[in-house]
Design a protein around this ligand. Structure first.
Ligand SMILES: Nc1ncnc2c1ncn2[C@@H]1O[C@H](COP(=O)(O)OP(=O)(O)OP(=O)(O)O)[C@@H](O)[C@H]1O
Length: 491
C-alpha cells in the first residue's frame, strides 16, 4: 500500500499539494495554541464523509487538534497569500487568521482542504489579532451547512471549538476556532496576488494547479487557460443563480471571497432575505448597496473580469486578442446566469416547458412581491402548497389576475398538476435559515451556553425540501419584518 493511503490516528490522511506551488503563495506555520479549548458543535455526517473518526476527534486530544493546539501527525500547516478588491479597492491580503492544516483525502477519493479559521496571527494578519469570535463562527457553521443542504455549492463546517479566550471587538467576546472544509481555498484573489507579485511563471503555475485540482478534464484542451476562465465563469453563473433563487445575500462579494471551485465562501454579513426587495443589504459597512441582493449577478461579473485580467497573458500572445477572448467569456457569463435563473424560476412555478410569456409571468409576480413586501420564501411555499390565500398578496386584484394566468399556464402543460407540485417542492425550500431563528440559536449558544437551540435549528435545516411537519416552527416569518435581526455577523 502506498504510504499516502495509510491513515493516521483520528482518520487524518492529509496531504499538501498546495505547498508544491512557488513559495510566494504561502507561509508555513503552525496555528497558535489557545487557553482552554472546548468543542461546542461537531458535524458527524461531514466527518464520516471525510473519513474522520468522530469519537476520537471529540476527545480532549482530538479537540486540541480542532483548536490548533496539536498538529495532526504528518501535517504541515500553512497560511495562504492572496490579494483582493474589497468594495472596489485593491489590497494585499492572505490568511490573516487561518491556517490550512492540509488536504484530506476522503474515502471517496476527493481532496478537501481542512482549514482552521481563527487560529491566530500570521504574516498576513496586518493589524488584526488573528482570532475569531464564537458568534460569527457558529453563524458560519449554521449558514454554510444550510446552504449545503439546499444544494448550493459551499465550503462546509466540521466543528467549532470555543477557545476559553476573549477577543476584543467593540466589546470583549468569547473566542472560537472553526474547522472549515472546502474543495480548495483558491480565490480570485489568489490569482490577483499571482498577477501582482509574481511573473508569468507564477501565474501559470497557479493556473495549472487550479486546472489540475478543479478542472482536470481541461488539461488536454488546446488552450486550457481560456477553458479555465470559461469553466469558472460557468460555475459562477450557476452558483449566483442558485443564490438568487433562494434569496441568499452574500454580503461581502469582494474578489477574495470568490472561489475558483465555484463554492460559496466567507459567511460574514450574509443572510436570507425575508421580504422581497432587490435593494436588501445586511452589512452595515455597505452604505452604497454595492453588494445588495439584486446586484449580486453583476458583481460576480465584475469580479470575474478582475479574475480574467490576471489570466490575460495566458489567453493569447497578443493583448488585444486576449482582451477580446475575456470579453466574450464575460458576455457568456451574463447570458448563462440569466438562463440558469430563468430555468430556476420556471421550476419554482412548476413549469416544465418554455413559453414566450414566462418572463413576464415571473417578472409580474416579483413586481407584486416587491410592491407589497411579500416574504420571499413563504410566497413560493404558499404557491407550492396551493394556498395563495396565505400570502401577503392575498385578496389583491392584481395578484388574483396573476394567479389566474399562472393557473392557466399550468393547465397548458402535459405533465399534470401532481408533477408540477413535485417540481415546486423540489425547487422551493420549505425552510431556510430565517434570520430571527438564527439569532435565537446564537443568543442561546453565546449568551447562555445552550447549544440545543442551534442543534434543533440545524436539524430543521438539514432537509429543506422535505416539507416535514417538524419544520413548521422554523417557517414563521419574523414578527417585525422591518428588523433584519442580523447581529452575529461581525468577525
Ligand atoms: N481578526 C483578524 N486578524 C487578522 N486578520 C484578519 C482578522 N479578521 C479578518 N482578517 C483578514 O482580513 C481579510 C478579510 O477579512 P474577512 O472577514 O473578509 O475574511 P475572513 O472571514 O477572515 O476569511 P475568509 O474569507 O477566509 O472566510 C482576510 O484576509 C482575513 O484573513
Amino acid at each position: 500500500m502506498a504510504s499516502n493511503e495509510q491513515k493516521t490516528a483520528y482518520g487524518w490522511k492529509l496531504e499538501s499539494s498546495y505547498a508544491e506551488l512557488p513559495d510566494i503563495f504561502y507561509t508555513k506555520l503552525n496555528p497558535w495554541p489557545v487557553r482552554s479549548p472546548k468543542l461546542v458543535i461537531f458535524n458527524d455526517g461531514l466527518a464520516a464523509e471525510l473519513g474522520l473518526n468522530s469519537e476520537e476527534l471529540k476527545t480532549e486530544e482530538g479537540t486540541a487538534m480542532l483548536a490548533g493546539n496539536r498538529v495532526p501527525e504528518g501535517a504541515e500547516p500553512l497560511a495562504q497569500a492572496y490579494a483582493g478588491h474589497q468594495f472596489g479597492g485593491f489590497t494585499m491580503l492572505g490568511d490573516g487568521r487561518a491556517v490550512l492544516l492540509g488536504e484530506q483525502i476522503t474515502p471517496g477519493g476527493s481532496r478537501l482542504d481542512i482549514q482552521l479559521k481563527g487560529s491566530g496571527r500570521t504574516p498576513y494578519s496586518r493589524g488584526g489579532d488573528g482570532r475569531a469570535a464564537l458568534g460569527p463562527m457558529l453563524r458560519e457553521f449554521i449558514i454554510s451547512e444550510a446552504m449545503h443542504a439546499l444544494g448550493i455549492p459551499t465550503t462546509r463546517s466540521l466543528a467549532v471549538v470555543a477557545t476559553g479566550e476573549e477577543v476584543a471587538r467593540e466589546t470583549y467576546l468569547p473566542g472560537a476556532v472553526l474547522t472549515r472544509v472546502a474543495a480548495s481555498h483558491l480565490r480570485f484573489g489568489t490569482f490577483q496576488f499571482a498577477a501582482y507579485k509574481g511573473g508569468t511563471e507564477e501565474r501559470k503555475a497557479l493556473a495549472d494547479y487550479a486546472i489540475r485540482r478543479h478542472y482536470p478534464e481541461l488539461e488536454s484542451v488546446d488552450n486550457p487557460y481560456i477553458a479555465l476562465l470559461e469553466a469558472v465563469a460557468q460555475r459562477h453563473a450557476s452558483l449566483v443563480a442558485k443564490w438568487q433563487l433562494v434569496g441568499f445575500v452574500h454580503g461581502v462579494m469582494n474578489t477574495d471571497n470568490m472561489t475558483i471551485s465555484g463554492e460559496t465562501i466567507d459567511y460574514g454579513p450574509c443572510a436570507f432575505i425575508d421580504t422581497y426587495d432587490p435593494a436588501t443589504v445586511f452589512s452595515s459597512i455597505d452604505q452604497q448597496g454595492r453588494y445588495a441582493f439584486g446586484n449580486q449577478p453583476q458583481i460576480a461579473g465584475w469580479n470575474l473580469a478582475r479574475f480574467a485580467e490576471t489570466l490575460l497573458p495566458l489567453l493569447a500572445d497578443e493583448q488585444d486578442k486576449a482582451v477580446k477572448i475575456a470579453q466574450s467569456v464575460l458576455k457568456e457569463y451574463i447570458e448563462s446566469y440569466y438562463a440558469n435563473w430563468l430555468a430556476g424560476m420556471r421550476s419554482k412555478l412548476g413549469l416544465f416547458n418554455v413559453e414566450a410569456e414566462d418572463e413576464s409571468l415571473i417578472g409580474g409576480l416579483l413586481e407584486l412581491m416587491h410592491e407589497h413586501g411579500a416574504d420571499f420564501t413563504n410566497m413560493f411555499r404558499a404557491l407550492t402548497l396551493g394556498r395563495p390565500e396565505e400570502t401577503a398578496l392575498a385578496g389583491r386584484k392584481a395578484f388574483n389576475e396573476w394567479h389566474e394566468k399562472w393557473q392557466a399556464r399550468l393547465d397548458r402543460q402535459e405533465e399534470g398538476r401532481d408533477a408540477a407540485v413535485e417540481l415546486m417542492k423540489a425547487s422551493n425550500p420549505n425552510v431556510i435559515p430565517l434570520n430571527h431563528r438564527v439569532e435565537e440559536a446564537l443568543t442561546a449558544a453565546v449568551e447562555h451556553n445552550d447549544f440545543t437551540v442551534m442543534e434543533r435549528l440545524l436539524a430543521a435545516l438539514s432537509a429543506p425540501y422535505s416539507y416535514s411537519a417538524e419544520q413548521n416552527p422554523y417557517t414563521q416569518p419574523p414578527a417585525d419584518p422591518d428588523n433584519p435581526y442580523v447581529t452575529f455577523c461581525g468577525t
